[in-house]
Design a protein. Sequence first.
Length: 405
Amino acid sequence: MIDFELEPQVVKRAELYHAVALNMMRSIARKYDEEEHTQPWDFFEAMWAASRQEAGAQPDSAERQGARAGGRSVETAVLVEEMCWGDAGLFLTIPGPGLGGAAVRAAGTPAQQERFLARFKGERPVWGAMAITEPGCGSDSAAVTTSAVRQGDYWVLNGTKIFCTAGQLAAEKSDGLVVVWATLDRSLGRAGIRPFVVERGTPGMSVVRVENKLGIRASDTAAIVFEDCRVPLDHLLGDPELKRSAGFKEVMATFDATRPIVAAMAIGVGRAALDFVREFLAAHGAPIRYGLPASRQTALEAEVVEMEVQLKAARLLTWRAAWMFDRGMRNNLEASMAKAKAGRVVTRITQKAVELLGPLGYSRELLVEKWMRDAKINDIFEGTQQINMLIVARRVLGYSSAELS
Ligand SMILES: Cc1cc2nc3c(=O)[nH]c(=O)nc-3n(C[C@H](O)[C@H](O)[C@H](O)COP(=O)(O)OP(=O)(O)OC[C@H]3O[C@@H](n4cnc5c(N)ncnc54)[C@H](O)[C@@H]3O)c2cc1C
């Protein structure tokens, strides 16, 4: 049975994270939106120190995202929602294993997980990143062209990766790592693709650009070039044997962990906008009167209530996907449903919020216009809106990816 009653300690942690979101993130959100490539090191240091303290009190807490059975993805979703209520861009800059860590957990052997994740327990802030997207490959991740060729005791990587979240922080600004998807043999298609860990400072890896973006501007999004970049053989995550389909499946399993968390990010941004609208209307003499029949609601009340319904539906889908993941259940359908729904809902809610507030909503005086810009990324990364809908359609209708693409 699914029980979404949150444990008291989760509620307590959510309150704590809410206070962080309110006091530490909201207060600097505008600054780091305006100053896109400036990095908030005070914030990094404070968040790192807090996570070290928490890890001491609750071993492994910093590493939970992506843990399989017995994991705490529902709790992570609750906490991520709180932080993204504070600021989604800043949330993406918080030091930690991130998407790179999720890939290590999804595809790495126990020994590799221990070894590569050890760096996230140190004194200094560290970031992990994951690089899949290339100039000619995004939605169709099987079209990766970055190559990995074995030369003696090394893999030699060559290729260009773009739009890598926290790529600069992981590859240049900390003792971090980037998990790079590369193909061992393009003729094998998906089956030839494997994830490789490239540590900061590895010769041949260089950050060549950091993007200027519409939203989540506090977060660095890097283009990284790999030029004869040599990594030891055991930096290939998981089984190096080319078993058809198995390798790619392991890699795709990363998304089963991360899509519910990205959906929770979206929900946090949507809730920020909705809370603001509700409070604004109440302060201006138009509080939302709950419990009225539809025929007696004002048009404004009907809009806000509909926004709330949609946000709650997205949250329930998200928690279900995370709950299944924690129990080791196959959740790729539910993870895509949550991600697609949350992306659509947050985009709509934040646009409506700008609209309902009129010129004030459009002004940079408030964060509402920023939330609208931040929201849109949820329809793009970790599988676009269309790709997640495609996955849902395939699973519901029983088609393979070759049959429905
Ligand atoms: C801010 C930001 C951060 C990112 N972070 C990362 C990261 O950390 N690591 C990483 O590897 N990548 C990252 N990405 C890249 C992101 O995952 C890709 O942009 C995304 O997967 C889309 O791929 P694409 O850019 O090649 O677009 P395309 O695949 O070319 O898609 C363009 C459009 O076509 C649609 N489309 C494509 N195929 C189909 C289809 N079969 N059916 C219907 N519609 C389709 C898409 O939905 C989209 O609307 C990030 C992107 C951004 C903007």
